[in-house]
Design a protein around this ligand. Structure first.
Ligand SMILES: Cc1ncc(C[n+]2csc(CCOP(=O)(O)OP(=O)(O)O)c2C)c(N)n1
Length: 820
C-alpha cells in the first residue's frame, strides 16, 4: 500500500482497504456491455482519500475475490500484488499485435467462408494476449510444457495464435481437403487437438499440447489434468514446475456442468494434484441462447470455484492492459503456492452461438449494443496511441499466403506430433502376433509372494490382515488355491518387477470394496502405511494405488488422460460397483472407446467393473455389459469377464506387456472373488496365456452345450455337481470382444455329440451379452441356438433377495434341463 498513499492514518487505511479487499469486486467495472451494475454494499459506503485508493485498486477493471482464502500468507500475497504493482509495464506493442491477430483471423474466416461454423472469439479476443502473458510468465517460472484444454469457442484462433500451428492447416480444415481419409471417423476441426511451440515475448519457448476435445463441454478438464500429471510424473521432482495445466471454459458450461466441480475437487488430492491449474473462463455472458440469470444461480459463473481456497480474478475483457496484468498475477500465484487459480475474462459474443445463428431473435437489446462496439484492436490502438496498420497488413498477408497453401494441401494435415514414448506402441486391428506369454514359473511367484506378505520389523499389523497375509502366503506357495485378490497382486507385483509401472485408482481401491485387496497395510498403533507392492525389489517400477474422490466422471477422465501420456504404465480405473461407471458415460463414449477413431489417439486404460447378479437389488448388480458391447467396433476395445483368478492374472499381464494399446473393459467379480469354482491352482499361472474361451473338459460327450460368461457358469457347475450329473457341458466365454470366433469354433468342435447349444445369462433378455453374442454364435452353431435368461426388464434385478434366489434357481434348472 505504501506506494499508493502517503501521509494517511494507517489504521484507518487498513480498515478501509479491508472493506475494498473484501467487497470491492462487487463494484468493479467488469464488463463491456453493462451486465454487472455495481452492487450497493454498506461496507463500501465510504469516502475520503483512503476510499478513493481502495476504489481505484479494487473497483477498476479487475475485481478479485480472495478474502475467502483462510491462509493469511496467500491473502497477503494478492493484496501486495494488487496494491503495489499497479503500474507494471505492459508490452503494448505485443498486446496490440496479438489483438490484431485474434480479430483479423476471425474477420478473414468470416468473410471468406460465409456460413461456416467457427465459434468466433470476437468480443473476447483479449484471450489471446491473456494466454500469451500466462505462458510467457510460465516459461520465466520454469515451465517447459503446457497442457491446454478448451472447447469450441476461439479454439481455431488459439491453435494458430498460441499453439503456433501454421494457419494453412486451419484453412485446409475449412476447405475440407482430403475427405476420403476420414470416412466414418475423424472429427470436426474445432475439436481436434494440436501440439506446437509457443514463443514468448522474450523468446522463451514452451511446448503446447492442446487436448483433443469432444463436444461434451467440460469433459476434457480431468483428461487434461491426468495428462499433465503423467507428464509431471515422467519428469519427477520438478514435474509440477515444468508442466503447466491450463484449462479454458465457457461461462455457462463452467457453472452448469457437474464435472467441473468434480475436477476442481482433485486439486489438492495426493494422487491427483498437478501443482495448480490455471482456469480461464472465456466469459461472454451467454450460453448459446441462454442468459446468465437462466444459467447460474449466483452472480458469477465462477462461483463454483469458491469450493476451493483459491483466488478468482474477474477482469474486463475490454481493458487489455488489465487482462495481461491479471494473467501474470494468476500465473505467479500458481507458482508461488502450487494452487489452482481462476481468471474470469469477461467480454461478449459478437455473433450468434455459431455464425449461422441470429442472436437478435433472443437478445435483441444486447445485440443492438454489441453491433456498435468497435473491434478490440481498434479501440486499443486508439487508447494507446499505437498504430495498428502495420500489424494488420503483415498478418493479413500471412493469412493470404496460408489460405493458398491450405487450399492446395493434398492430405488432411495432422496438427500434432506424438511424444517419443508412444513409438513402441500401436493401435489398429487386433493381431495375434502381438500376443506374448504371460505365465510365470512358481519360483518367481514365490519370490513375489515373499514381498507381498512381508512388512517391516515392529509394524503393528491388524490381526485380520495378518491372517489374510498368511493365507496369501499359502496361496503363493501353492498350498491353497489362489483367489482373485492374490492373482491381481501377483500380476501387479510381477509387472512392477519387470519395470512396468502401475497406477490404480478408484473409490476405496486401496483396501478394495470387497476386502479383497489390502494393498496398503496400516499400522494399528500409529496408522503408518506400508505398501508391500512398492517394496518388492530395489529397482522395481513405481506402484501407485489411490483411493479416489467419490466421483466417476472426473476420475475416469483423469486416468484416461494419464494413460495418454504414460503408455508404459498399466493404468486402471476401478468402479466401486460396475453400474456407477455410468456416471462417467461421457468419458467412456467420447474418449475411451472413440478416441482412436476420432483423433487417432490411443489408450491402454483398464476399467475394472464389478458385475454379477447376487440379490443385492437393481443397483450393485450390473455393470451393463450390453452397453460396452454395443460400443465395440473396429477392435476399438477389449471386453472380458475372466471367470477364474488365473485368467484375471493373465489378462492384466497381457494388457501391460503387449505393445497393442487398446482399452480393456473387465467385468470383475464380487461373490466370485472367493467362489471355490473361481479359485485357481498355482499351475494356472504357469500356463502361457489368457484363454478367450474355456472349454469344459469334463463333459466332452454332452449333447447339450451351455455357453455363458461370468458367475452364472460357476453356479451351473455347482448345481450340476449337486445333481451328480456329467452334462450339459458348460463353456465359458472369457473375452467377448474382439469376439474369439476362431477359438470358439475350435472349442465347440470338441463336442461331437452336441445337438443343442444354449446361451445362458443371468441378466434380463434386454441386457447382458445376449444381443451381441447370439448373432455371432449363430454364425458358428447355426440358427438352432437358443437362449435362457431373465425376462426383459426395465431394471437389471429384483430388490428382493428371495425373489432373486427363486429366479436364479429357475434359470439354472431350465439351463441344465433334463438328464441326458
Ligand atoms: C455437455 C453438453 N451439453 C450441451 C452442449 C450443447 N452446447 C454447445 S455450446 C453450448 C453453450 C455453451 O455456452 P458457454 O459455456 O457459455 O460457452 P460459449 O459457447 O458461450 O463460449 C451448449 C449448450 C454441449 N456441447 N455439451
Amino acid at each position: 500500500m505504501s506506494t499508493v498513499l502517503t501521509n494517511v492514518d494507517s489504521e484507518k487505511l487498513e480498515r478501509v482497504m479491508d472493506s475494498f479487499r473484501r467487497w470491492g469486486y462487487l463494484q468493479a467495472d467488469l464488463d463491456p456491455v453493462g451486465h454487472f451494475p455495481p452492487v450497493a454494499h454498506p461496507e463500501l459506503d465510504l469516502s475520503g482519500e483512503e476510499a478513493d485508493a481502495g476504489r481505484r485498486i479494487y473497483c477498476g477493471s479487475i475485481g478479485v475475490e480472495f478474502m475467502h482464502i483462510p491462509d493469511p500468507e496467500r491473502r497477503h500475497w494478492i493484496q501486495q500484488y494488487m496494491e503495489t504493482e499497479q503500474s507494471l509495464p505492459v508490452n503494448r506493442e505485443r498486446v496490440l499485435d496479438q489483438l490484431v491477430r485474434a480479430d483479423i483471423f476471425e474477420q478473414t474466416i468470416h468473410s471468406r467462408y460465409i456460413g461456416t461454423k467457427r465459434y468466433s472469439l470476437e468480443g473476447n479476443t483479449a484471450l489471446i494476449p491473456l494466454l500469451d502473458e500466462i505462458l510467457d510468465a510460465a516459461s520465466e517460472n520454469g515451465a517447459e510444457q503446457a497442457v491446454l484444454a478448451m472447447s469450441h469457442r476461439g479454439r481455431l484462433n488459439v491453435i494458430i495464435n498460441v499453439v503456433g500451428r501454421p494457419a494453412a492447416e486451419v484453412f485446409a480444415g475449412f476447405e475440407d481437403v482430403d475427405p476420403r481419409s476420414v470416412l466414418g471417423g475423424g472429427d470436426v476441426k474445432y475439436h481436434i487437438g494440436a501440439t506446437g511451440i509457443f514463443t514468448g515475448a522474450n523468446g522463451g519457448k514452451l511446448r503446447i499440447h492442446l487436448v483433443s476435445n469432444p463436444s461434451h463441454l467440460e469433459a476434457v478438464n480431468p483428461v487434461a489434468q491426468g495428462r499433465a500429471r503423467a507428464k509431471q510424473t515422467r519428469i519427477g521432482r520438478e514435474g509440477k514446475l515444468r508442466v503447466l495445466p491450463l484449462t479454458m471454459h465457457g461461462d455457462a458450461a463452467f457453472a452448469g456442468q457437474g464435472i467441473t466441480a468434480e475436477t476442481l475437487n482433485l486439486a489438492n488430492l495426493r494422487g491427483y494434484t498437478v501443482g495448480g491449474t490455471v482456469h480461464v473462463i472465456v466469459n461472454n455472458l451467454i450460453g448459446f441462447t441462454t442468459n446468465p440469470k437462466e444459467g447460474y444461480s449466483s452472480r458469477f459463473s465462477s462461483d463454483l470455484a469458491k469450493r476451493l481456497p483459491i483466488p478468482i480474478f474477474h477482469v474486463n475483457g475490454e481493458d487489455p492492459d488489465a487482462v495481461v496484468r491479471v494473467g501474470r498475477m494468476a500465473l505467479e500465484y500458481r507458482y508461488e503456492f502450487a494452487s489452482d487459480v481462476v481468471v474470469d475474462l469477461i467480454g461478449f459474443r459478437r455473433h450468434g452461438h455459431s455464425e449461422v445463428d441470429d442472436p437478435t431473435i433472443t437478445q435483441p437489446i444486447l445485440y443492438r449494443k454489441i453491433k456498435d462496439r468497435p473491434l478490440l484492436y481498434l479501440s486499443y490502438a486508439t487508447r494507446t496511441g499505437l498504430d495498428a496498420h502495420r500489424f494488420v497488413e503483415k498478418f493479413q498477408s500471412e493469412l493470404d499466403a496460408a489460405q493458398k497453401a491450405g487450399k492446395s494441401m493434398a492430405k488432411k494435415p495432422i496438427m500434432r506430433q506424438l511424444p517419443g514414448y508412444w513409438s513402441p506402441f500401436h493401435g489398429g486391428p487386433y493381431n495375434p502376433a502381438d500376443e506374448v506369454d504371460t505365465g510365470l514359473p512358481q519360483a518367481e511367484l514365490q519370490r513375489i509372494t515373499d514381498g507381498l506378505t512381508r512388512y517391516p520389523e515392529g509394524f503393528h499389523i491388524h490381526p485380520k490382515v495378518e491372517k489374510f497375509l498368511e493365507q496369501r502366503r499359502e496361496m503363493g506357495y501353492g498350498k491353497r488355491p489362489l483367489d482373485f485378490g492374490m492373482t491381481e497382486a501377483l500380476a501387479l507385483g510381477s509387472l512392477a518387477l519387470q519395470g512396468i509401472p502401475i497406477r490404480l485408482s478408484g473409490q476405496d481401491s486401496r483396501r478394495g470394496t470387497f476386502n479383497q485387496r489390502h494393498s496398503v497395510l496400516i499400522d494399528i498403533i500409529d496408522e503408518k502405511e506400508y505398501v508391500p507392492l512398492c517394496h518388492l525389489a530395489p529397482h522395481q517400477a513405481r506402484v501407485e494405488i489411490y483411493n479416489s474422490e467419490l466421483s466417476e466422471a472426473a476420475v475416469m477422465g483423469f486416468e484416461y488422460g494419464y494413460s495418454r501420456d504414460f503408455p508404459e504404465t498399466l493404468v486402471m480405473w476401478e468402479a466401486q460397483f460396475g453400474d456407477f461407471a455410468n456416471g462417467a458415460q461421457i468419458i467412456v463414449d467420447q474418449f475411451v472407446v472413440a478416441g482412436a477413431d476420432k483423433w487417432d489417439l490411443l489408450t491402454g486404460l483398464v476399467l475394472l467393473l464389478p458385475h454379477g447378479h447376487e440379490g443385492q437389488g437393481p443397483e450393485h448388480s450390473s455393470a451393463r455389459i450390453e452397453r460396452y458391447l454395443q460400443l465395440c467396433a473396429r477392435d476399438n476395445m477389449q471386453v472380458a469377464q475372466p471367470s477364474t483368478a488365473g485368467q484375471y492374472f493373465h489378462l492384466l499381464r497381457r494388457q501391460a506387456m503387449r505393445k497393442w494399446r487398446t482399452p480393456l473393459i473387465v467385468f470383475t467379480p464380487k461373490s466370485m472373488l472367493r467362489h471355490p469354482e473361481a479359485l485357481s491352482p498355482i499351475t494356472e499361472l504357469e500356463q502361457p496365456r489368457f484363454q478367450p474361451v474355456l472349454a469344459d473338459e469334463t463333459a466332452l460327450d454332452a449333447s447339450r452345450v451351455l455357453l455363458c460368461t461370468g458367475k452364472i457358469g460357476h453356479e451351473l457347475r455347482v448345481e450340476r455337481k449337486n445333481l451328480k450329473r456329467q452334462s450339459p457341458a458348460i463353456v465359458m466365454l472369457e473375452q467377448m470382444y474382439p469376439f474369439p470366433e476362431e477359438e470358439l469354433r475350435q472349442v465347440l468342435g470338441r463336442y461331437p455329440k452336441a445337438t443343442e447349444f444354449i446361451w445362458v445369462q443371468e441378466e434380463p433378455a434386454n441386457m447382458g451379452a445376449l444381443s451381441f453374442v447370439v448373432p455371432r454364435l449363430k454364425r458358428i452353431v447355426g440358427t438352432s441356438l437358443r437362449s435362457i435368461k431373465r425376462a426383459a426388464n426395465a431394471t437389471p434385478a429384483t430388490g428382493s433377495a428371495k425373489a432373486h434366489e427363486l429366479e436364479q434357481k429357475t434359470l439354472i434348472t431350465l439351463a441344465l434341463g433334463k438328464p441326458q
